[in-house]
Design a protein around this ligand. Structure first.
Ligand SMILES: [Zn+2]
Length: 360
C-alpha cells in the first residue's frame, strides 16, 4: 500500500481494509465553489479512487477569499477544470474527471448511478433540492452542507436508512435567497464545513468500523460568532413528500435556467444603445462606473425601495458578475425579457479600456 496514505491507514478506525475501500470509492462532488474546494483536496489526498467534479462556473477574483484550490493563475478558467488540475497534482494516483456543466435533469441519473457517495458543494437551493431528491430516487448517500453568513450545517441523508432533505426542510426557500457572493460568508467557516463533509465521505466509504458514527440522521450546526456547535437528531418523516413515496414516483425538478445571459466586454460594447444597469451599491458607483450607466443598488432593489426603469432589455453589471444573477431575477419580475450580464463586472470593462488605451 502506498506510503502516501501511511498516516491514514495506521488509524485503527480505517486500517488497510478501509484504505482499500477508500481507493475503490467513486465520489461525485456537485460544485467546485467554497465547499467543493474544501472537500475535494481531502478526498484526493485520502486516495479516493475516482473523483468527479461538476460545476459550470468560472473562477473570479472574489472567489479566492475562500475557494482555496484556485489562485490568480486560475482566473476565468472553468472551476471544474482548474480544480481537477490541482487535484491531479496533489495526487496523481487517482482519477479525476471535471465536468464543466450544470447538474440537470439530463445528466443527474447517469452521474449519480456511477458514483457511490454524492457530496453537495452547491450554493443554490434549486441545485441542492435537485441533488437531494435525485439521491433518494437513485438510492445514494448524500453528504449535505450549507454555509450562510456565520452559520454552517452538515448532515448525511440516505433514504431507507435515515431522513432526506425534505424530511428536514420540506420546501426550498422561495424568493431571492442571497448566496455567499451576495450575503457575505466567512471563508474559514466554509473550509471547516467542507472538511467535515470530507470526513463524512471517508466514513461512508470505509463503512462500518469500530468507534465511528456518521452524521446520518444527525445535523451538525455551527455558529462561528460564538464558536458553539451542536449536533441534533433529524428524523425521517413518514409523510415526507419525497422519501415517503416509491422511488419511481419521485419527480425531479429541474434547476431553473438562469434568466441572465452572460456576455463579455466586446459583446457589451456592441450593445451601446442598451441601458446599462449598475447594481452595485451607491458608494461603489460613486467610486467609478461605466459611463452612462444607471445605478440600481441591489440592496435597494431587493427591499423594494427602488424599481428599475421601465424597459424590456438591459445589460447589468456589478463587481464580479455575481450580484447580477439576483438582480436579473428581480428585473424579470418587472417584465424585462432580455437581460445580459457583463462577465467579470466593472473590472473586466476597465481592464479592456486600459489595454485599449495602451495599444492606441
Ligand atoms: Zn424525506
Amino acid at each position: 500500500m502506498s506510503d502516501r496514505y501511511a498516516k491514514q491507514f495506521i488509524l485503527p478506525e480505517i486500517g488497510p481494509d478501509g484504505q482499500t475501500r477508500i481507493g475503490a470509492g467513486r465520489v461525485l462532488c456537485v460544485g467546485a465553489g467554497g465547499l467543493g474546494c474544501a472537500v475535494l483536496p481531502y478526498l484526493a489526498g485520502a486516495g479516493v479512487g475516482q473523483i468527479t467534479v461538476i460545476d459550470n462556473d468560472r473562477v473570479d477574483r472574489t472567489n479566492l477569499q475562500r475557494q482555496v484550490l484556485f489562485g490568480e493563475s486560475s482566473l476565468d478558467r472553468p472551476k471544474a477544470v482548474a480544480a481537477a488540475d490541482r487535484l491531479r497534482d496533489l495526487n496523481p494516483d487517482i482519477s479525476v474527471d471535471p465536468i464543466d456543466a450544470r447538474l440537470n435533469l439530463d445528466n443527474v441519473e447517469v452521474l449519480l448511478k456511477s458514483h457511490d457517495v454524492i457530496v453537495d458543494g452547491s450554493d443554490n437551493y434549486a441545485t441542492k433540492y435537485l441533488v437531494a431528491d435525485a439521491c433518494v430516487k437513485f438510492n445514494r448517500p448524500l453528504v449535505y452542507g450549507t454555509v450562510t453568513g456565520m452559520e454552517a450545517m452538515v448532515t448525511v441523508f440516505y433514504a431507507g436508512q435515515g431522513p432526506c432533505l425534505r424530511c428536514l426542510f420540506p420546501k426550498a426557500p422561495t424568493g431571492w435567497v442571497p448566496n455567499c457572493a451576495e450575503a457575505g460568508v466567512l471563508g474559514s467557516l466554509v473550509g471547516m464545513t467542507g472538511s467535515l463533509q470530507a470526513s463524512e465521505v471517508i466514513k461512508l466509504l470505509v463503512g462500518k468500523s469500530t468507534g465511528m458514527q456518521g452524521l446520518l440522521g444527525r445535523l451538525w450546526v455551527m455558529d462561528a460568532r460564538d464558536g458553539q456547535s451542536r449536533v441534533m437528531a433529524v428524523r425521517r418523516r413518514a409523510d415526507c413528500g419525497t422519501c415517503g413515496q416509491p422511488p419511481a414516483d419521485i419527480v425531479l425538478q429541474s434547476a431553473p435556467r438562469p434568466v441572465l445571459r452572460e456576455i463579455d466586454v466586446t459583446e457589451a460594447r456592441a450593445l451601446a444603445g442598451w441601458p446599462f444597469l449598475d447594481v452595485r451599491e451607491r458608494d461603489e458607483f460613486a467610486a467609478g462606473h461605466i459611463p452612462g450607466a444607471h445605478n440600481l443598488p441591489l440592496s435597494e432593489l431587493q427591499s423594494g425601495r427602488i424599481s428599475p426603469p421601465a424597459g424590456s432589455r438591459c445589460v447589468v453589471y456589478c463587481e464580479s458578475g455575481v450580484r447580477c444573477h439576483t438582480a436579473a431575477e428581480i428585473l424579470k419580475s418587472f417584465d424585462y425579457q432580455d437581460i445580459r450580464g457583463l462577465r467579470g463586472g466593472l473590472p473586466a470593462w476597465q481592464a479592456a479600456a486600459d489595454s485599449h488605451s495602451t495599444q492606441s
